[in-house]
Design a protein around this ligand. Structure first.
Ligand code: GAL
Length: 972
């Protein structure tokens, strides 16, 4: 993923030959998902798709999938977009696992139960900052270029598709599930091969995929879209990726749309405009920390860009990347762009906490879901403005005549606050509306709209949501705090107006009820009579609007003000039952059918009756409890320590290791001399790998010259006859670079007198493999770049070195399929189960804390246990925090109950806090923490201080079963 080359790439792409015309993969006639120029239709009903991207593989706790999916639904989304990561499921050619944390069937079921449609994105290539861009490590050994129709690659990806497609197929809407779209490939824009693109679609159809096929187009490539609209590889309903705000997190305050207007192009006339990946966060390329990325893509950006996109392009499908980012646990990360956390600065943090971005999604998402005419709009004449600083863009629904006007600064860089009066002519009349734009704010106003049983002629407030509840309409409108607002409703006769709360002036003339006010707090106006059913108008600010939740029930929806999250609601025999989370005790107000007079709060340990009174607004008002007690998190004590790296000693028994003597490789980078030493060629694809090389010494050796490729942030450590010689940074560049054949050079002087002539000398090298390059450019020079040693020689000696290699125990034949291929590498402790619960560490030395003992170069393990008994019926999101400065010279891998939940230090990133997800974390039991610290130099102490903390705690949450995983010893 190299943004800066996009422009160049786009220029090159227009030069690519246009392939022969041929048939595009047609959708089976039976599909219940159809589309036209304006929108998707499900069973003939137009739908605006508001999706959040989420990756199940970045949350290895199936119980928590429900939590996150319910939060996404409650935040105004009606869909999720999901990559399926081939590497996560396949440790070895032909071997696939879809159980446990890999149970995508369960994930899709959970999404459907949460009321979310699914855009399924199984690749085969996904990018997504995952190792290999989703390609398994073993694919580096398969002949044929990745992302092409070459036979070797074709056979491999078809096998993946034939495993994943049937699972997706049985979750399609037509089969009782919720999958509505199938995304073929990912930003397939460079080195393209139409036959491959076509075959993915043909395989999908053969596997029973009947929903429309899409692809996320990038870089104005337009290849699977307008240019080749009917040619091989063309998809039915293409979408476009947009990251207008760039990934410049350090400069969050000043960056404003450097990568374009962010207006999604229309690619086909017969398909709706689809923002297939629209920026909703950022990778942290500069190690600024994800809060900076959240600031880069915060509510101001969301308002301006998302609303502009809606109104300028008329898009009706949006997927926001990411809705919840999650964690690059184990060796899931692609090494060049990301570290352990994939928080992404998203609306929900990695620790599952909602942010102000979540509030903005909720305001916009509820609007999209409530105002049906948005699903079909065309450009229209804009209202006139008396202040040129304020620009207006308008659309109209050709069937209903509903008008929409986007109001924002004409100069998108403006930061001033400006006011104007709009003159808006709608079928109901011409109206003067006061508007105000503060900085990068943007408002979508609605006119000529049948709002339930009402007629909204025009308003300068935005609609958040409205619902027909208990014989009346309830509408939540909002505007920037302090800005003027006017709302005009039409009535056949003069209605009764009661201002229940706030300062709202009203007048009735010529059928228009005009309300004038300033957006402040929450004003309430009850309108009845006048020939329409009653209307309760709630006029809020951004902040007060965000306190509302909407939940569907079997009958009318319920609106709720207050609580931290409403997951669902039901009305049963006069009682409203809310399943809600509360971070603290506070007010709750429920707008439900008037028949309902009682309130029960579900969630938490059990149902609680909430005493309520009926308000003048006709709602129920009460107080909800917060968490019962604070979670007590124990201090981490009782540490034990053990040094390892016995492989460095000359006498170490490596007889079971593989001999590294291959002479051929599928990697485009060929060894210049000696055997192929690349780890992948011996089946060791993830984590650390050890090499031991023997040669007969002459005593004339001067230098050990090595060259290793690790991916960014990786190092390698070198010993000769048990003596530590030092370390070097491994090669990092994304592509094999002919101009730089020694990407990770390391020269180590042989200490005088160390080697005895005629005796066997032993070199031992520990190489960190930080993950595989992606294949964004569809170029094997990039993806098939080796990992591990790529050159090794002993200068001053003619002797050849005989090499052995060892990575993760079992290589592609997993010893721990539950935790899977990405969990462990080839450290001695990992191979011996030191990371696992139950490992007998009683013989290890006691140490007060990891920081308390000096570190030698090499590998040191620390272990401790802690017990937890978190309060029942609460969701406490627990983290592990390292104090002090992030060490550059040592890298710590953190194992929680045997699961590798992250890497700390070692120049990997700024991250000091690591999420311990419930499920992996035994919330009611014993937990084992193991740290594997690789240090390149002697240091005064190990990492630390180390402690547990809570990111947040709420009453509520969902039940999260412990994720099973084998203890020591592994039986395979
Ligand atoms: C897109 C890509 C995604 C992800 C994103 C950056 O180009 O399709 O998979 O890599 O960029 O986070």
């Amino acid at each position: 993923m190299v943004r800066k080359v996009l422009a160049v790439l786009a220029a090159l792409l227009v030069l690519l030959p246009v392939p022969l015309q041929g048939p595009a993969a047609a959708a089976p006639a039976a599909s219940r998902v159809t589309y036209d120029h304006h929108s998707l239709m499900i069973d003939g009903r137009r739908v605006v798709v508001q999706a959040a991207e989420i990756h199940y593989f970045r949350l290895p706790s199936p119980g928590l999938w429900r939590d996150v999916l319910e939060k996404i639904r409650a935040g105004g989304f009606n869909a999720v977009s999901v990559y399926f990561d081939w590497a996560y499921h396949s440790p070895k050619p032909g071997v696939y696992d879809f159980t446990g944390v890999r149970d995508v069937d369960r994930f899709l079921r959970t999404a459907e139960r949460a009321g979310l449609y699914v855009v399924a994105r199984p690749g085969p290539y996904i990018n997504a900052e995952t190792t290999g861009g989703g390609f398994p490590g073993w694919l580096k050994n398969v002949p044929g270029r990745g992302r092409s129709s070459d036979p070797g690659f074709t056979e491999a990806y078809r096998d993946w598709l034939h495993h994943i497609n049937p699972i997706i197929a049985r979750h399609q809407v037509g089969r009782g599930g919720s999958v509505i779209l199938y995304n073929a490939e990912n930003e397939y824009a460079a080195n393209t091969d139409a036959a491959y693109m076509q075959d993915i679609q043909d395989q999908a159809r053969a596997d029973g995929i009947d929903v429309p096929i899409t692809t996320n187009d990038c870089c104005d490539a337009a290849d699977w879209t307008s240019t080749w609209a009917t040619g091989p590889g063309a998809v039915q309903m293409p979408g476009v990726d947009d990251y207008p705000q760039s990934f410049d997190c350090p400069n969050a305050e000043t960056v404003w749309g450097p990568w374009g207007e962010g207006v999604t192009e229309r690619l086909r006339d017969d398909a709706p405009v689809f923002a297939a990946e629209y920026q909703a966060g950022s990778i942290d390329l500069e190690n600024a920390g994800y809060e900076r990325c959240r600031a880069l893509t915060g509510p101001a950006y969301m308002k301006y860009f998302y609303k502009s996109n809606l109104m300028v392009s008329g898009a009706t499908l949006f997927n926001y990347y990411m809705g919840f980012g999650g964690t690059n646990w184990g060796f899931l990360a692609q090494p060049n762009d990301v570290y352990t956390s994939y928080d992404y600065g998203a609306a929900l943090t990695e620790a599952r906490q909602p942010t102000t971005k979540y509030d903005e999604f909720k305001r916009q998402g509820y609007f999209l879901q409530s105002v049906a005419p948005l699903a079909k709009t065309d450009p229209a004449a804009a209202p006139t403005t008396d202040n040129p600083a304020i620009g207006v863009v308008a659309r109209t629904n050709p069937d209903t005549g509903t008008r929409f006007a986007l109001v924002r600064h004409a100069d998108r860089a403006a930061t001033t606050t400006d006011a104007a009066t709009l003159s808006w002519t709608v079928p109901d009349g011409t109206y003067a509306l006061p508007v105000q734009v503060a900085g990068r704010d943007a408002h979508v106003l609605v006119g000529a709209y049948d709002l339930g049983g009402q007629r909204l002629a025009a308003s300068s407030s935005e609609i958040m949501t409205h619902a027909h509840i208990g014989g009346r309409d309830v509408a939540v409108l909002y505007g920037t705090a302090g800005s003027p607002g006017a709302t005009i409703l039409r009535y056949p006769a003069k209605p009764q107006v009661r201002v229940l709360e706030g300062d709202v002036r009203w007048a009735f003339a010529g059928g228009d009820l005009r309300l004038d006010y300033t957006h402040r707090g929450l004003a309430r106006v009850l309108v009845s009579g006048g020939g329409r059913r009653p209307l309760l108008l709630l006029l809020g600010t951004d902040e007060t609007a965000a306190t509302f939740w909407r939940a569907g029930t079997d009958a009318a929806p319920v609106l709720v003000r207050g609580t931290s999250l409403v997951r669902s609601a039901a009305v049963e025999g006069g009682t409203v039952r809310l399943t809600a989370d509360t971070a603290q005790a506070g007010e709750v107000e429920v707008f439900a059918d008037v028949q309902a007079s009682r309130l029960r709060l579900a969630g938490g340990a059990g149902d609680t009756d909430v005493r309520v009174t009926r308000t003048p607004s006709g709602s129920l008002l009460g107080r909800v409890p917060g968490p019962r007690e604070a979670a007590r998190l124990p201090a981490l004590t009782g540490w034990r320590v053990h040094d390892e790296a016995p492989e460095a000693a000359p006498g170490f028994d490596d007889s079971s290791w593989r001999t590294a003597d291959r002479t051929t490789t599928e990697s485009p980078m060929k060894p210049k001399a000696g055997p192929v030493l690349y780890a992948d060629d011996y089946g060791f694809h993830y984590g650390d790998v050890w090499y031991r090389g023997r040669f007969t010494a002459t005593g004339a050796e001067t230098t050990v010259a090595l060259n290793a490729i690790t991916g960014r942030r990786g190092r390698y450590l070198v010993w000769l006859d048990g003596r530590y010689l030092g370390s070097a940074a491994g090669g990092t560049q994304a592509d094999v670079d002919a101009a730089n054949p020694d990407p990770g050079p390391g020269r180590f002087t042989v200490p005088a007198g160390l080697l005895k002539p005629g005796r066997t000398a032993t070199l031992a090298v520990l190489v960190q493999n930080m993950g595989h390059n992606d294949d964004w450019t569809a170029d094997d020079n990039r993806f098939k770049q080796p990992r591990g040693l790529v050159a090794a020689s002993v200068e001053g000696s003619p002797a050849t070195v005989a090499w052995k290699i060892q990575g993760a125990r079992g290589g592609e034949d997993l010893t721990d399929p539950v935790r899977g291929p990405l969990n462990t590498g080839g450290l001695y402790g990992e191979r011996s189960g030191w990371h696992l619960p139950g490992y007998p560490d009683r013989s290890w030395k006691e140490v007060a804390a990891p920081a308390a003992r000096p570190l030698a170069p090499g590998v040191t393990w620390y272990r401790t246990e802690f017990g937890l008994d978190l309060p029942g019926g609460q969701d406490v999101s627990v983290g592990l925090r390292f104090g002090g400065a992030v060490p550059a010279g040592s890298r710590t891998m953190v194992y929680l109950n045997g699961w590798n939940i992250g890497q700390y230090g070692g120049d990997i990133g700024p991250q000091k806090e690591f999420v311990l997800p419930a499920g992996l974390l035994r919330e009611h039991g014993r937990n084992t923490l193991a740290l594997a610290v690789t240090s390149t130099a002697a240091a005064t102490g190990g990492p630390g201080p180390i402690g547990l903390f809570a990111y947040g705690a709420v009453r509520g949450g969902v039940p999260v079963p412990d994720v099973p995983g084998p203890s020591y010893p592994l039986t395979r």
